[in-house]
Structure formats: C-alpha cells, structure tokens
Write a protein that binds this ligand. Structure first.
Ligand SMILES: Cc1ncccc1-c1cc(O)c2nc[nH]c(=O)c2c1
Ligand SMILES: [Mg+2]
Length: 214
C-alpha cells in the first residue's frame, strides 16, 4: 500500500531540512507544497501574518486547534518566548503521528504539547488536565464548523482573558461565515481581517484577528 501525503511531506522534511532548525523545516514544507504536492498548511504568505501576530502577542500560553502536519505548530513554536508553551489539538491520529515527528525534527518538543482528540471534548479539560489558566493566543485552523462552537466553549470554560487574541485561518476559503458574523458583531470582540491568499495559490483567503474584550 502506498504512502499518504502527510507521510510524503514528512519524508521531504527529513531529506531537505536540518534537525533542530525550525526555519529549515518550514522552508522544506513550503518547497514541497509549491513544487510537489499542495497541502493544507497555513503556508508562507499567511504564515508571515501569523508570525507577526505571535511576535506581537508573545504568548506565555498558546493554543492551536488543528495541527495537521505541524507546519504552523513549528511557525508558532519557533517564536515563543523562553518558558512559553503551545498546546496543539489534532483529531486525526495519522496527522498527529506525522506532526509529532515534524515537531521533534524542528527541536520544539519541549515547547509544544500535541494532544490527540476532538477539540470539543479536550477544551473543557484544559484547566484540570494541563494546568492552564487562560490562553494568550488561540490559532483556529481545524474544521470550519468547529470554529464558533469551540470559541463559545473557550469563553464558557474561562479560558480567555481580557486581551486574549483569536487568530482564525480560512475565514474566506473554505470559509467560516457563522464564526465571522459572531466575532464581528459581538460587543465582546474587536475584530480585524487580514486579506491574503489560500496557501500556495492565487485564490483569496485571509486571517481574522479578534481581541477578546472580557
Ligand atoms: C482542503 C482545502 N481544499 C480547498 C480549499 C481549502 C482547503 C483547506 C485549507 C486550509 O488551510 C484548511 N485548514 C484547516 N482545515 C481545513 O479543513 C482546511 C482546508
Ligand atoms: Mg488552514
């Protein structure tokens, strides 16, 4: 039986990147996706916007919803301040298996905790199981129909504080209309759209950055 796309992406990292060098892992994945096979990583164009938000927030504690192969996990992890932690949730065990190896190859395993399972079940366990008080930054990049329910869950579980930042991928393509309407109309959020393109394509997409006002 053949390999999967995540497995081929991992092989490209192992072949073309340098162990312990997160930037080389990012570049190897982008090269693979530009010249070999498209894959649903946030990519280099939206990735630069993600980087700027991570640097601005400089989160002590961050959450990523949707790990996939770990590309954005590495982008975020490489920019975390010393002692900061990133928890990343992935539902698909095959993706998680590849992502663990990508994260380890980048040398970020001390900063990143990958948890397998459905975000809707794991979010309510964050405080008791992982000792989280609140998240300074949440990157939403899992499944468009889970953005809104998981945001409401984060609110209800007291996992957001005044000033917590939500950054959401794919708000145009594939699109998350209910989530956008919510964060743009709710008095509890100040929201801003960063226009960009679907990873590795010319199709419009963008990131929505929303500040929780408490
Ligand atoms: C897969 C796909 N096909 C065509 C257009 C967009 C996508 C696409 C792109 C992404 O960045 C995604 N991120 C997280 N989760 C997704 O499901 C997802 C899907
Ligand atoms: Mg995405």
């Amino acid at each position: 039986t053949g390999s999967t796309r995540p497995q081929r992406l991992l092989k490209a990292v192992q072949k073309n990147a340098s162990r312990g060098d997160p930037q080389s892992v990012i570049s190897a994945i982008d090269r693979f996706c530009h010249s070999s096979e498209w894959a649903m990583n946030v990519g280099d164009e939206k990735g630069v916007i993600l980087d700027s938000v991570v640097c601005e927030v400089s989160p002590g504690c961050a959450l990523e919803l949707g790990t996939y192969c770990g590309y954005s996990t590495v982008r975020i992890g490489r920019l975390l301040p010393p002692g900061a932690k990133l928890i990343t949730l992935e539902f698909n065990p095959d993706y998680a298996k590849v992502a663990r190896q990508v994260i380890d190859f980048a040398g970020l395993q001390e900063k990143v905790l990958l948890v397998e399972g459905p975000s809707g079940d794991l979010i309510p366990k964050m405080k008791e199981q992982y000792g989280i008080t609140t998240f300074d930054l949440v990157f939403l990049d899992h499944w468009k129909d889970r953005y809104l329910p998981d945001t409401k869950l984060l609110e209800e579980c007291g996992l957001l504080r005044k000033g917590s930042i939500l950054l959401a991928d794919n708000v145009i393509c594939p699109g998350t209309p209910d989530y956008l309407a919510y964060v743009r109309s709710s008095p509890r959020y100040e929201s801003k759209y960063f226009k960009s393109h679907l990873e590795y394509t010319k199709v419009e997409d963008g990131l929505e950055k929303s500040i929780f006002l408490g």
